[in-house]
Design a protein around this ligand. Structure first.
Ligand SMILES: Cc1cc2nc3c(=O)[nH]c(=O)nc-3n(C[C@H](O)[C@H](O)[C@H](O)COP(=O)(O)OP(=O)(O)OC[C@H]3O[C@@H](n4cnc5c(N)ncnc54)[C@H](O)[C@@H]3O)c2cc1C
Length: 507
């Protein structure tokens, strides 16, 4: 086995969900080009998790890395654009019933400083417009239901936006490309995983194809964690004391015949969790992520159906148990876990595929520097753990700041003192009018994947102000990008012009 950065002779990827095919795609263009043979095996009997339709702007970079055109991807995967997330119902505070967390590339944030200084004035008790929707380009694109392509050009290089897509179509799309690119594809069940005397993984035993040998193995078997589980020697870290949601129910409805498709995710707080609405070109996806310690499966399903607000009687729901946490050694010996097998943070900010992508990219970098050397694995695992843990802070902030009083669930979330020092310092600095909040923020979140503007958005959007302002504003605030955005094409009509056919199914 190699000890330097030369690629493994044969890499075996177990699992053909989003994580498996994203791993195969990236490895093919990196270690594959450097000489590794790559095989992906997936079960004909064990389905993929089949949800995960929301992304972050990192996914745009994934497509670019692969050299995939956006139109081709969007057409194949029934994709829509996503400019951010709307959060209705997370607080009971008047005038803070809902807020929008946009994506925002640096070159589209000309009014960010004004937003910051307005928030700082408001923290001191002065009246100022602090609604994040009024300062960012993507917020206005979302509000006007626009595609992020200007009438004159399709140059979206400097813009930040993401996509919603159908995960089953994504897996198929990436699979076809990987097979055409030369990977070996095996459809079979892994029945056992053999460990060699030195403790490395040796081979996979399969139902119909016998033994599948490899030099390096990537575990993309989802919550089953079939490969890493054989070499792990510590229990996964659970996040359940910080994030209470441990179940989900999903329902898909047909795309409405009329009307636009919102180019954003809506994440509405319900009684014991929150529900997403994600519009795709072939269905609308709805899911309720909730705490089974606070409600039952039946009640959650019923609440989701009521929230959808149309007749969903004939549509079968999908119920999912979530394992919320992460392993400590994502890369152990000659095995790397990617996707649900390495860990899962609930999907409030749709971060899972971004963490998947981050893991594979980092692995390629570290592997190229040091091959199988233990020190490189150690650094790598520290970085991935930090990426997971820092993401949690931002997610948990939504729960900690809620002001709902209708159920025990929301009271428990608010009362939960199991928060990090980073979260505590941020909340305290925000609520102290004399604090230089930006300095505190920069100190606390310089390694977070959430930029300062995202923290301002959540704290201001959820109305985390300790007192009412003096005075009121008379004019209705207007987003300064309003007229510019007006010239952008409508979301649905633009997608239809790409000949992405609408399919009105509910499956
Ligand atoms: C409710 C919910 C909502 C989510 N929403 C989002 C979101 O909006 N955005 C986001 O980025 N992520 C989201 N995620 C996470 C996202 O779905 C996953 O990160 C992603 O789908 C990757 O899953 P996976 O490939 O790791 O596992 P899976 O999809 O479970 O795939 C596992 C694969 O392993 C194979 N396998 C298992 N056992 C064997 C065996 N014995 N032999 C052979 N093959 C085997 C299976 O056949 C399958 O191909 C969500 C997850 C959940 C649960």
């Amino acid at each position: 086995m190699q000890s330097n950065g030369s690629p493994p002779g044969h890499i075996v990827i177990a699992g053909g969900g989003s994580a498996g095919w994203m791993t195969a795609s990236i490895l093919l263009r990196s270690l594959g080009l450097a000489g590794s043979k790559i095989t992906l095996i997936e079960s004909p009997n064990i389905p993929t998790i089949g949800v995960g339709e929301g992304t972050t702007p990192l996914f745009k970079r994934f497509l670019k890395f692969l050299g995939v055109s956006e139109e081709e991807f969007m057409g194949a995967c029934k994709a829509t654009y996503k400019h951010g997330i709307e959060f209705p119902g997370w607080t009971g505070r008047k005038q803070f019933e809902s807020y929008f967390h946009p994506f925002a590339a640096p070159s589209y944030r000309h009014f960010e400083q004004q937003f910051f200084s307005n928030c700082d004035r408001r923290r001191k008790g002065e009246y100022a417009d602090t609604d994040p929707s009024n300062f960012f380009f993507n917020s206005e694109l979302a509000k006007q239901c626009k595609a992020p392509v200007s009438g004159q050009s399709r140059n979206t290089e400097n813009m930040d936006y993401a996509y919603h897509f159908d995960t089953a179509f994504l897996a198929e799309f990436l699979k076809q490309r990987c097979i055409a690119g030369g990977i070996d594809y095996v459809v079979d069940d892994i029945t056992d995983v053999a460990v060699a005397e030195n403790g490395d993984l040796d081979y996979l035993e399969t139902s119909s194809n016998g033994r599948l040998d490899g030099d390096f193995f990537v575990d993309c078997t989802g919550f089953r964690r079939m490969l890493l589980g054989k070499v792990m020697d510590s229990e996964p870290v659970s996040y359940e004391s910080r994030l209470f949601n441990n179940s989900a129910v999903v329902i898909r409805t047909p795309v409405p015949e009329e009307g636009d498709l919102p180019p954003y995710t809506e994440s509405t707080a319900l009684k014991c969790g929150w529900a997403w609405r994600i519009p795709l070109m072939n269905k609308i996806s709805w899911g309720y992520v909730y705490s089974a310690n606070h409600t039952t499966t039946e009640e959650a399903e019923q609440e989701l159906r009521e929230h959808i607000g149309e007749d969903t009687g004939g549509i079968e729901p999908l119920h999912i148990k979530l394992q919320v946490g992460r392993v400590t050694e994502h890369w152990k010996r000659n095995c790397l876990a990617v996707g649900l097998s390495q860990g899962f943070i609930e999907p409030l900010e749709a971060t899972a595929l971004g963490l998947t992508q981050f893991t594979i990219n980092r692995f390629v970098t570290y592997f190229s520097r040091g091959g199988f050397r233990a020190t490189h694995r150690g650094h790598f695992n520290d970085i991935i753990n930090e990426a997971f843990d820092r993401t949690i802070d931002y997610i948990q902030m939504h729960y900690k700041l809620n002001t709902r009083d209708d159920t025990q669930y929301w009271r428990d979330c608010r009362a939960n003192e199991n928060i990090t020092a980073t979260m505590r310092n941020i909340i305290e600095a925000w609520q102290d009018p004399s604090a230089d909040f930006m300095s505190v923020l920069k100190e606390e979140v310089h390694r977070s994947s959430y930029a300062p503007y995202s923290w301002y958005c959540i704290l201001s959007g959820m109305g985390c102000y300790s007192r009412d302002p003096d005075g009121t504003r008379l004019d209705e605030p207007v987003n300064p990008y309003r007229d510019e955005v007006n010239g952008y094409p409508g979301h649905r009509s633009y997608l239809e012009s790409l000949q992405i056919p609408l399919q009105r199914t509910a499956s």
